[in-house]
Design a protein around this ligand. Structure first.
Ligand code: NAD
Ligand code: DAU
Length: 337
């Protein structure tokens, strides 16, 4: 039975990944290592927590002794690395923790993985490492890395380090680079949950700049199915872009959410732009589609409706979050804007 170390499994994408995998598979053990930062929430894992093949360890990926202990105890040969500081705005407010976790933390995992001769190390990365697009064009796997925010530069540094371990030590690594995710359990600092929750609460919806910045949206389950497929069948040493060809300007999504919730557009408030704001992201996912046979299963129309319904039905989940530590960040980020 495979023991898979999943890092960051209490966050948005990692928890959806674990719940998805353990719902259908009992032929592997998942060992979830998560520091439980503000973004980590064990409530996300309620569907999995009682399963015998699920194990949780609270800890930091930068802690060499702990990571070493976990590899030894669970005889880890497979790693899926989600753990990261993931929010661009937070990286602009303070970058240090981004480099500590995303770069140095990844280095600790790689060094221990090398010592224990892992059979597969999957680095979950992002399209933001490619920088920003103009009106035309798509990010392919050979687009040069050109990150613009402290967050994306920390992810790009980690990706380059992962590749250097492949070239230098022949470590069996693979990298996935996905576009913007949405779905259940997404922390309400990110665009879609923030706008849903503010609309429900009749709070202003802060739109950065002209609102015409474009992101390429994918439902989290489509992303996770792609991660699973790349983990099983991806070619060692390769990068796979993941995206659902669903480009939308921010303002269009915000208006769609308002209309779904039957709220008026007077809630929209244009605010000062994000510094260094990337104009457009768009993914070319031809490689994973043609080489591994992946394609997205969810339409934006249906999955965004399901997502809004999920936030409506799970008020207690997000109310606990917005009443706590997150409130302090919200004040710094928005009240003086
Ligand atoms: P998230 O912020 O929701 O979750 C991150 C998780 O990592 C949290 O549970 C947190 O507690 C944990 N963590 C943070 N620092 C840690 C540390 N030092 N040690 C152990 N655990 C730690 O992030 P997410 O949106 O789920 O993103 C997961 C991964 O996917 C990240 O690597 C991110 O770069 C990548 N990604 C995200 C998106 C997106 O749209 N959200 C798109 C593409 C790629
Ligand atoms: O592209 C993948 C990346 O997508 C991931 O690597 C990151 O982890 C994830 O956070 C996300 O980054 P973005 O910066 O694109 O996502 P965010 O939800 O923060 O913002 C989406 C867009 O909405 C962006 O153009 C900024 C804008 N925005 C965001 C917030 C939070 C607003 O206009 N107002 C807001 O309040």
């Amino acid at each position: 039975m495979k023991n898979i170390l999943v890092t960051g499994g209490a966050g948005f994408i990692g928890s959806n990944f674990i719940n998805y995998i353990l719902d259908k598979r009992d032929d592997c053990n998942i060992i979830n290592l998560d520091k439980l930062t503000y973004a980590g929430n064990l409530e996300n894992l309620m569907p999995s927590e009682k399963k015998e093949n699920y194990h949780f360890i609270k800890g930091d990926i930068s802690n060499f002794e702990l990571v070493h202990y976990i590899f030894e105890k669970y005889k880890i040969k497979h790693v899926i690395h989600f753990a990261a500081e993931s929010h661009v705005d937070r990286s602009i407010l303070g970058s240090e923790i981004f480099y500590r976790t995303n770069v140095l933390g990844t280095n600790v995992l790689l060094e221990v993985a090398r010592k224990f001769e892992v059979e597969k190390f999957l680095q979950v990365s992002t399209d933001e490492v490619y920088g920003s697009l103009g009106k035309d064009g798509l990010f392919t796997e050979s687009t040069p890395l050109s990150p613009n925010s402290p967050y994306s530069s920390s992810k790009a540094a980690a990706d380059m380090m992962v590749m250097s371990f492949y070239h230098t030590y022949k470590m069996p690594v693979i990298i996935t680079r996905c576009s913007n995710n949405y779905g259940p359990y997404q922390f309400p600092e990110k665009l879609i949950p923030l706008m849903i929750i503010n609309s429900i609460n009749n709070k202003k919806l802060p739109v950065y700049g002209d609102g015409l910045y474009v992101r390429d949206w994918i439902y989290v389950i489509d992303h996770n199915k792609a991660v699973e497929l790349v983990f099983e069948k991806g070619k060692i040493g390769e990068v796979y872009n993941i995206g659902a060809s669903n480009e939308l300007p921010n303002i269009k999504i915000i208006k769609l959410i308002l209309s779904y919730l039957k709220k008026g557009e007077e809630l929209i408030e244009y605010v000062k732009d994000r510094p260094g704001h990337d104009r457009r992201y768009a993914i070319d996912s031809t490689k994973i589609q043609t080489q591994l046979g992946w394609k997205p299963a969810f339409t934006f129309e249906n999955a965004i409706a399901d997502t809004i319904e999920w936030y409506l039905k799970n008020e207690s989940w997000w109310k606990r979050i917005i009443s706590g530590e997150y409130q302090k960040y919200y004040e710094i980020q928005y009240l003086s804007r």
